[in-house]
Design a protein around this ligand. Structure first.
Ligand code: OMD
Ligand code: FE2
Length: 502
């Protein structure tokens, strides 16, 4: 590890070393990967092969060390307040401007023009999306982007899109950057070896990464690879406020890892730079690798996060807390407490609530809820939602646990129990009303038209003559946190009435 990443006195970040073997690129073999830890810190980093490459004290010396070009990447307007201002300075072999003009590419299964699709207020569920077979078709990360749903318009810088990446091949002499917004990437199957202008990251299932607007990256992979992407146009992701939780908890800042500087001085006949711009794809060519940043500093960076680092809060008394307690990252709107999109996870945890129907409640929401599953099963839809599949419950669309889950949880013995022990599911929750694409509804062939049947066995249990139903497994016929439960033996109408009204 180079001294700069470790010991400059003004470096406020700690450094974490991950011990996994890093990948063997064609240019340089790196045996371990180093990350800078912290969220929105002012980082700085130099490739150890060029000590002293990062100018000290100033951003624009008349001549930079090693003959590098300085280039600023602005993630917020120049005049954004200090608290949110985000930019980085990159010291690179050539400035990014050295490329041929952009030409439009076919869009494939990406969409941003939502007006062409029919609105659909139904409960929607998709079986795991197919990853193309490499024998049939070689598909890289960018070619494998398929939009499921979204809302808004990148031209207005307002909206989101949810994509699936379904691919089997590494990007070769090709990088991608998004002018429309930020990508929060959730790998579900297969690892992503991501080279960015800031350095390299290995992102595995149960980790996520965020690559922000404008950052160039290229994805290498081995074998069939699938995952979800939440794209936000409005704003960058931030950590949710902790309120009364205090100074620590949920996703702690130190869990966020940013790569260290790594460069290649590589000249090729044709390197393709793909740009998503106003919802369309464009390609430009250049004769060198864009990963030529020798040193950088700033607070506008790509990062990854391991979901097992999430410190889970929940009730230790009664009732089902709202899923916002599981928010990892949020992209805020201008309305206080209203997210353009929240990234929420349902991690392994203890469930201890007393007198409580423990799974998610039945719900109609002014927000839309897209859910995916990385591995295992989701407690409210054990037999329904599968890893690599998804559900969408749009604005005010009724949803909740399937009939099996309701039956089981209404009768379960309420002992402390580990839930979601071997699972990780997640939700993209948005204030925007989502339009679903033709790819999602038709081309993918994965929409499960029988999904709403998972609720159809929910029985009517109401009986105006009886205060309570038959006792549950705990012997409680009527449960209330304010009164002792009425036990089965006392359970006549008169008693129950008193219990309710006194
Ligand atoms: O399953 C869902 O749809 C998500 C969800 C989870 C939860 O704990 C409470 C409400 C809710 O909608
Ligand atoms: Fe909900």
């Amino acid at each position: 590890m180079h001294a700069l990443n470790q010991s400059l006195p003004c470096c406020i970040n700690s450094v974490e070393i991950s011990n996994f073997p890093f990948w063997n690129t064609s240019f340089i073999m790196i045996t371990s990967s180093v990350y800078l830890s912290g969220f929105r810190n002012e980082f700085h980093s130099e490739d150890p092969r060029c000590p002293g490459s990062l100018p000290t004290k100033q951003n624009n010396p008349q001549r930079c060390p090693y003959g590098l070009y300085p280039e600023q990447l602005s993630g917020t307007s120049f005049t954004s307040p200090r608290e949110t201002n985000s930019r980085s300075w990159l010291y690179r072999i050539r400035p990014s401007v050295l490329h041929t003009p952009f030409k439009k590419l076919p869009l494939g299964n990406l969409s941003t023009n939502w007006d062409i699709f029919e609105p659909n207020p139904n409960q929607l569920k998709w079986d795991p999306f197919d990853i193309p077979d490499v024998e049939d078709r070689r598909v890289d990360f960018v070619q494998g982007l398929n939009t499921v749903c979204g809302a808004g318009d990148p031209k207005d810088r307002h909206g989101i899109a949810i994509h699936m990446f379904l691919c089997n091949t590494s990007m070769e002499d090709k990088c991608f950057y998004n002018s429309d917004g930020d990508f929060l990437i959730v790998p579900q199957q297969g690892k992503l070896w991501i080279t960015t202008e800031f350095g390299k990251m290995l992102v595995e299932p149960n980790e996520i990464c965020v690559i922000q607007q404008g950052m160039r990256f290229s994805v290498e992979l081995k074998g069939p690879t699938r995952g979800y992407i939440l794209e936000v146009y409005n704003n960058h992701f931030v950590l949710p406020p902790l309120g009364p939780i205090g100074a620590n908890g949920l996703a702690n800042p130190r869990g966020f890892l940013t790569p260290v500087a790594w460069y290649e001085d590589k000249e090729v006949n044709k390197y393709t730079v793909i740009n998503k711009f106003q919802g369309h794809l464009f390609a430009a060519c250049q004769n060198h690798s864009p990963f030529d940043v020798v040193a950088w500093h700033g607070n506008y960076v790509p990062y990854k996060y391991n979901l097992s680092d999430f410190m889970v809060f929940n009730t230790v008394s009664f009732d089902h807390a709202d899923p916002s307690i599981f928010t990892v990252l949020t992209c805020p709107s201008t309305r206080p407490g209203v997210a353009i999109a929240d990234f929420v996870i349902f991690p392994p945890r203890w469930s201890t609530a007393e007198n409580t129907f423990r799974p998610p409640y039945y719900h109609r929401n002014c927000m839309s809820e897209f859910m995916g599953l990385i591995y295992g099963s989701y407690e409210a839809k054990e037999d329904t939602l599968k890893p690599g599949g998804a559900t969408l419950h749009n604005i005010m669309t009724p949803h909740g646990p399937d009939s099996n889950c309701f039956e089981k949880a209404s009768n379960a013995q309420l002992v402390p129990e580990k839930v979601a022990e071997e699972t990780m599911s997640f939700m993209f929750e948005s204030c925007l009303n989502m339009t679903v694409t033709d790819w999602a509804c038709n081309t993918s062939l994965k929409l499960d038209v029988n999904y709403p049947k998972c609720w159809q066995n929910l029985k009517k249990m109401f009986n105006p003559k009886l205060m309570s139903l038959k006792p549950n497994i705990n012997g409680e016929a009527y449960t209330s946190i304010y009164r002792s439960p009425i036990h089965a033996e006392d359970n006549d109408v008169g008693n129950a009435d008193t219990a309710v009204h006194n």
